[in-house]
Write a protein that binds this ligand. Structure first.
Ligand SMILES: NC(=O)c1ccc[n+]([C@@H]2O[C@H](COP(=O)([O-])OP(=O)(O)OC[C@H]3O[C@@H](n4cnc5c(N)ncnc54)[C@H](O)[C@@H]3O)[C@@H](O)[C@H]2O)c1
Length: 257
């Protein structure tokens, strides 16, 4: 039987790395993409995978040329993408008045426009095979707001609206699109936020964790990579074939208040 194929963005680090490794362990051929190709190559070595099984792939999700090149490579190699994980992300923390204009636009290009254009490029392949699972890595900030994160919160909220529309547009095929929304996961992106928020608020990094990050979360815990991979595992299972347009919220009851 032909191997199932997954394309993961931002696979060199954090959540993307963990999900790419998980899919590889589940027997998928994985296109492990990242804007940083040497980091993607290092990630594949770290997994102990061959570059045939996990293909390090240069893909800056803000570049239409990169998207077109990667889709052409996949078409030439296998002709199918069963699972797309829209994960690549950046963050910038600043009051709106001081928010650099280019940075605000870039955050939205990476978190919203990129996933939309990559999904757009993958859908013809998914429709041709009458199978596809699109999983967006959203965030608790797709549902709630925090000050100084206007670009990120706007983009992540947008991702949920986008997914609902695409679920309607793909409903006649065996294609689903869902958004996984974790609270904080301790990755490089969050380590940087802890440092940035400490600077912005003039408090220590421990205080950022206790009084800002985990304070609104009744369970007061970082979400683990294992929890996220298992959620992805569910969304790509047959049991979830009618689960589409949904948000899977791993937030320790944050949004219950
Ligand atoms: N870490 C958390 O607490 C948390 C919580 C909720 C949601 N998320 C989301 O999870 C996703 C992954 O975050 P992470 O914490 O693993 O971050 P990370 O910084 O560890 O990894 C992000 C990866 O994305 C890549 N990347 C950045 N811009 C890119 C671009 N334009 N094109 C392609 N690749 C690009 C980086 O090179 C990096 O390898 C993001 O969408 C983030 O918003 C993270």
């Amino acid at each position: 039987m032909e191997k199932k194929t997954a394309l993961v963005t931002g696979a060199a680090s954090g959540i993307g790395f963990a999900v790419a490794e998980y899919l590889y362990q589940q027997g998928f051929k994985v296109w492990a993409s990242d804007m940083d190709i040497s980091a993607a190559e290092a990630a594949v070595s770290k997994m102990g995978a061959s570059q045939n099984d996990v293909v390090p792939t240069k893909l800056n999700v803000t570049s239409q040329d990169d998207i077109d090149t990667v889709i052409a490579a996949i078409e030439a190699a296998d002709g199918h993408i069963d699972v797309l994980i829209n994960n690549a992300g950046i963050q910038h923390v600043s009051p709106l008045e001081d928010f650099p204009v280019d940075k605000w636009r870039l955050v939205n290009e990476v978190l919203l426009v990129g996933p939309a254009m990559l999904t757009r490029a993958c859908l013809p392949l998914m429709k041709a095979n009458n199978y596809g699972r699109v999983i967006n890595i959203g965030s608790i900030h797709a549902l709630i707001a925090s000050p100084y994160k206007s670009a990120y919160v706007a983009a992540k909220h947008g991702l949920i609206g986008f997914s609902k529309v695409i679920a309607l547009e793909t409903a006649e095929h065996d294609i689903t699109i869902n958004t996984v929304c974790p609270a904080y996961v301790k990755t490089a992106l969050v380590e940087k936020q802890i440092a940035d928020q400490a600077k912005t608020h003039g408090i220590s990094e421990e205080e950022v964790i206790d009084t800002i990050m985990l304070a609104p979360m009744p369970k007061k815990s970082f979400i683990s990579l294992e929890e996220l991979c298992a959620t992805v595992g569910y969304l790509i299972s047959d049991a979830a074939r009618n689960m589409t347009a949904q948000t899977m919220v791993l937030d320790g009851a944050w949004t219950a208040r």
